[in-house]
Design a protein around this ligand. Structure first.
Ligand code: APR
Ligand code: PHB
Length: 405
């Protein structure tokens, strides 16, 4: 078998890459370890930057997102007995975020790929990357061989792509946090219209949502916490203790339909390329979820990779492919800093002494009282502009225009 781009992983990165390439007339095959049902049900984050929304809409996969996504023009920072709104409409006029679950993005992308005749294979458990350092890279799985021009490693943090690169060809930058997030999906109407990022002595809590009937919450818990120690009543009691800290706010409770503990990590592997293997999304970098950047970075990476591959196929020039890693890493490191910064601002650290705590309070006061500081938060949160805009649709193939229209 042969394809132009062999893609490992059917998360947002792999699926969107496959679809964007298709719109540029480039073939790909996507190999995914888990079942379709599994990837469509996996509950992850749900905040889309405006650029992410625009990318999905331009790719023709934005219909349900535009209908069902919740557009938010602000977030609340809650601490010290008061709520403080970070008002995007005033701080970064015209920019907003959209709350829409990542697994909904994945469902929409899978549907679009299949409708366009795309080749997405699920439950392919034993993918191996071969000869990435040569100009004849290929993937093997289940006794089959897939020859490719290039391979895209979109297989997340625990995938095979990054692991197949010789250790001395990568530099890894990493930070682990002494806490994790306990995430909860509950059948209950959100208790506020916007996201609430709450700092308390007991630890951080986040109020988010998925729809007018479904709320999403997170609690800071110690790293390695066992979900079995968190019966539903304990979760609600802790959420109440951390969120009902301002007068007049009552947390609505309901049936918890999903819960799990996610570790917090910052991680970057450089460069995001080894020969003909290109890493995108979580395969190359991880951010703690406090800045809501993981999915958005994956989208930014595959935009750059699509452009670079389209340029290579059209002109034979590898210039953009050669610049891929450096181009992506600029945005990656901005998001690394922002995510670390939000995490440090909003969590309690056991190692913090009284001095560190005072600094943290001063920092929160500054962000909620200085226009300049609030703009810094807001412009990073809604997403900084892309390096280059997506090509205009006239540059796409007639087949692609049909899909878009
Ligand atoms: N072979 C095939 N598929 C694999 C393999 C493998 N060896 N290992 C992992 N995968 C699949 C996973 O099952 C998953 O479906 O690769 C996919 C990777 O998807 P994600 O983990 O969602 O990563 P990505 O597409 O980069 O999405 C960006 O950023 O912060 C996160 O929550 C955010 O998951 C989102 C991610
Ligand atoms: C979510 O709704 O899942 C969510 C929102 C904001 C974050 C992280 C996750 O910072």
């Amino acid at each position: 078998m042969r394809t132009q781009v062999g893609i490992i992983g059917a998360g947002p990165a792999g699926l969107l890459l496959s679809h964007l390439l298709h719109l540029r007339g480039i073939d790909s095959v996507v190999l995914e370890r888990r079942s379709r049902d599994h990837v469509e049900r996996r509950v992850r984050a749900g905040v889309l930057e405006q650029g992410t929304v625009e990318t999905l809409v331009a790719a023709g996969v934005g219909d349900r997102l535009t209908r069902e996504g919740l557009v938010h023009r602000g977030i609340e920072l809650r601490y010290g007995g008061a709520g403080h709104r970070v008002a995007f409409e005033r701080l970064v006029p015209g920019r907003a975020i959209t709350v829409y679950g990542q697994q909904e993005v994945v469902k929409d992308l899978i549907a679009a790929r299949l409708a366009a005749g795309g080749d997405v294979r699920f439950e392919v458990g034993d993918v191996a990357v071969n000869d990435a350092g040569t100009d004849r890279p290929h993937l093997t799985f289940g006794g089959e061989r897939l020859d490719c021009d290039v391979i895209a490693g979109c297989d997340g943090f625990h995938g095979v792509s990054r692991a197949s690169i010789p250790g001395d060809a990568l530099t890894v930058y990493e930070r682990e946090y002494p806490f994790a997030w306990l995430g909860v999906l509950a059948r209950v109407e959100p208790s506020a219209e916007e996201l609430i990022y709450a700092w308390t002595e007991r630890g951080f809590a986040l109020h988010s949502m998925r729809s007018p009937e479904i709320s999403r919450f997170y609690l800071q818990v110690p790293a390695g916490e066992d979900i079995a120690d968190w019966p539903d009543e304990r979760i609600w009691a802790e959420l109440r203790a951390r969120l009902e800290t301002v007068p007049g706010f009552t947390l609505a409770t309901g049936e918890i339909v999903e819960k799990g503990v996610t570790p917090m990590r910052s991680f970057v592997a450089e460069p995001m390329r080894y020969g003909r293997l290109f890493l995108a999304g979580d395969a190359a970098h991880i951010v703690p979820p406090t800045g809501a950047k993981g999915l958005n970075l994956a989208v930014a990476d595959v935009r750059v990779l699509t452009e670079a591959l389209a340029h290579w196929y059209a002109t034979g020039s590898a210039d953009l492919l050669d610049a891929y890693s450096e181009t992506c890493l600029k945005r990656v490191w901005r998001a690394q800093h922002f995510s670390w910064w939000m995490t440090t601002l909003l969590h309690t650290f056991e190692t913090d002494d009284a001095y560190a705590r005072r600094l943290q309070m001063s920092h929160l006061d500054y962000v909620t009282s200085s226009e300049a500081a609030a703009v810094t938060l807001a412009e990073n949160y809604v997403g900084l502009p892309y390096e280059r805009d997506l090509p205009d649709p006239a540059q796409t193939t007639p087949q692609a225009r049909e899909v878009i229209e």
